[in-house]
Design a protein around this ligand. Structure first.
Ligand code: ADP
Ligand code: MG
Length: 339
């Protein structure tokens, strides 16, 4: 075949598939939008493994009627000043203006939104190239629904995980957001059944919501604010609560759950020194606050990988914060519990 330009409706589908390749991506993007909107209440609904429906309802800032038509337009965002330098200091979770666009290409997007100070609400329907906007009435906040994901992309549809597998990962993802944003109301409903509910609490309360009270009763608070603007807050498990895998070691950078670099996991384990038998891992939830210019989330499509300007420095702070938390608490050695 000779080189030729793909028609826009095909190239759009391919590009959208990069941003949204599975229902989990839709959940992540919609949750991040709700967090960026300052929501204190987030309800996530999933049906059919997310392929039939993903819905996120929030009580955040909403989208003003005069710009709502831009919401599903590619590269349209309210979060970045239109200058190149702004990318270097993003403080929001989103900034690319692609998620709603991609969701509308890959499925059917329905959005109802109202800023608290606005009288009427707006309703947007977007599916492929067709976008309609209507006025309606609704409570303050935003509800975004994505239905029939990949119905127009049979090849994508064929490579999707089984619904049960996707639901497991979505549940884990929402759990990570709960752990890192424990001061909010959260609810995850799967096929009409509540999977996870969380009322505002501290990190320990979030551990209780996600992993149960047994784990929550065995964590210590970590709190270290350093002069360089680097903060470390959260919880680590006491030495008697360990796991064979590192699957309960959670880190966020400026509110974004990240796939932690090995150096951070190691730093936590080193913070335990000889208190932790070798080969086991603690549970931890650590929120790192770094200056926006000291990290770059723009290195991965899902933004789960962030480049930290001074990873060794951050790791050293984490190690010290964990060591300090352990030193401040009498380590009542309860019966070992391998969860
Ligand atoms: P981005 O988050 O990168 O800006 P999105 O495609 O996710 O791009 O969203 C486009 C825009 O729509 C956002 O910049 C924001 O202004 C608005 N928006 C999306 N979701 C919400 C929401 N839940 N509440 C308020 N505004 C929203
Ligand atoms: Mg977004």
């Amino acid at each position: 075949m000779a080189i030729h330009l793909l028609p826009p409706h095909i190239s759009r589908l391919i590009a959208a598939g990069e941003v949204v390749s599975r229902p989990l991506d839709v959940v992540r993007e919609l949750v991040e939008n709700a967090l960026d909107a300052g929501a204190t209440r987030l309800e996530v609904e999933v049906e059919g493994g997310g392929l039939a429906l993903v819905r996120v309802r929030d009580n955040g800032a909403g989208i003003p009627a005069d710009s709502v038509a831009l919401a599903p337009v590619r590269h349209a965002t309210s979060k970045l000043e239109p200058e190149a330098a702004a990318v270097e200091r993003v403080s929001t979770l989103g900034f690319r203006g692609e998620a709603l666009w991609a969701a509308a290409q890959a499925g059917e997007l329905h959005l109802v939104t109202r800023p608290a100070a606005q009288v009427g609400a707006s309703e947007v329907h977007a599916s492929g190239e067709a976008v309609t906007v209507r006025r309606t009435s609704a409570p303050a906040g935003t509800t975004v629904t994505v239905r029939h994901l990949f119905a127009r992309l049979p090849a994508r549809l064929r490579t999707q995980a089984l619904p049960a597998v996707e639901v497991r990962e979505i549940t884990a993802l929402v759990g990570r957001y709960v752990l890192h944003h424990p001061g909010l109301h959260w609810r995850l409903t799967v096929d009409g059944e509540a999977r996870l509910t969380h009322a505002p609490a501290d990190h320990r309360g979030a551990v209780a919501s996600v992993y149960g009270p047994l784990s929550a009763n065995r964590v210590l608070r970590v709190e270290a604010q350093t002069t360089g603007g680097l903060g470390v807050r959260g919880v680590v498990s006491r030495p008697e609560l360990t796991r064979a895998r590192r699957d309960r070691m959670h880190f966020s950078v400026n509110g974004r759950p990240i796939l932690a670099p090995l150096e951070l996991e190691k730093a936590v384990i080193e913070g335990f020194a000889e208190l932790l038998p070798s080969g086991v891992a603690p549970l931890c939830v650590l929120d790192l606050a770094v200056a926006p210019e000291d990290h770059n989330p723009n290195v991965h499509p899902a933004k789960q990988v962030v480049a930290l300007a001074d990873l060794p420095g951050v790791a050293a702070r984490v190690r010290a914060a964990v060591a300090e938390a352990l030193a401040q608490h009498p380590l009542a050695r309860a019966a070992p519990a391998l969860l």
